[in-house]
Write a protein that binds this ligand. Structure first.
Ligand SMILES: [Zn+2]
Length: 112
């Protein structure tokens, strides 16, 4: 199972940096991580329908506290006082790859 070897919080940049056991590095803006919260407040557990409007999450969202949940996830307390979400390694790796793909597409488009 994928797991991070190193977890760093760059509060000045608003970035959560994870170095994975496969040596990939995910640099995840706090806002992006918060927008992808899958807790019962943010996503309907029965239908998977998003309950969170991503536009309500401010770009300057802060991270107040971070802790390990077992050996499989992070629990994060955000500056909007949301702390019910658990971010599993698989989920964090997945959103890191989605962000990387989105950034690459944006770069490719701006090259034309
Ligand atoms: Zn949530």
């Amino acid at each position: 199972m994928i797991s991070p070897q190193n977890i760093r919080v760059h509060r000045d940049q608003g970035v959560l940096e994870l170095t994975w056991s496969d040596q990939q590095v995910s640099r995840l803006p706090f806002q992006f991580v918060r927008q992808n919260c899958r807790c019962a407040v943010c996503v309907d557990e029965m239908t998977g329908r998003p309950l969170l409007d991503p536009d309500t999450i401010p770009a300057d969202l802060g991270l107040l506290d971070i802790s390990l949940a077992g050996n499989y996830a992070l629990r994060v307390r955000w500056s909007d006082n949301h702390d019910s979400g658990l971010f599993t390694w698989v989920h964090l790796k997945d959103i890191g790859e989605r962000l990387e793909t989105a950034l690459r597409q944006r770069r490719d488009n701006s090259d034309d």
